[in-house]
Design a protein around this ligand. Sequence first.
Ligand code: RB5
Length: 148
Amino acid sequence: MKVILSADHAGMTIRNEVKSLLDEMGIEYEDTGCSCETSVDYPDYALPAAERVANGEFDRGILICGTGIGMSISANKVKGIRCALVHDVYSAKLTRMHNNSNMIAMGERVIGPGLAREIAKTWLETEFEGGRHERRIEKITLYENKHE
Ligand code: RB5
């Protein structure tokens, strides 16, 4: 699995925590910023990362900002992206099982690094269940294709 990781200036601590988790899990990843010396704009980080998941260069993406909201809104504008805003382990598990999410966003002003690590670990380890959930995702894809 290849993971792309991106954060704005408000997500640096969790980004570093997720990097250490990915290292520990032996998962290949690319960290696309920010360098975060100054304040940056989250769409400049979420959109390119989402495009690289949508085009197949990466299997999954993890985004971090202050709330996770700006990152998730931005990523979900990219066709083929199902980015879940996740702040608990149960949702992290269920968004893989039911939504086959290919990205998650987390907010560093909402949760701490310990919980963020557990969320990311659970999300990375959980498989999509398929079945009836496949049909629901196909409906989203159909909508995306109709409204290109
Ligand atoms: C930056 O101050 C903050 O607005 C951003 O990190 C994020 O929370 C936006 O949704």
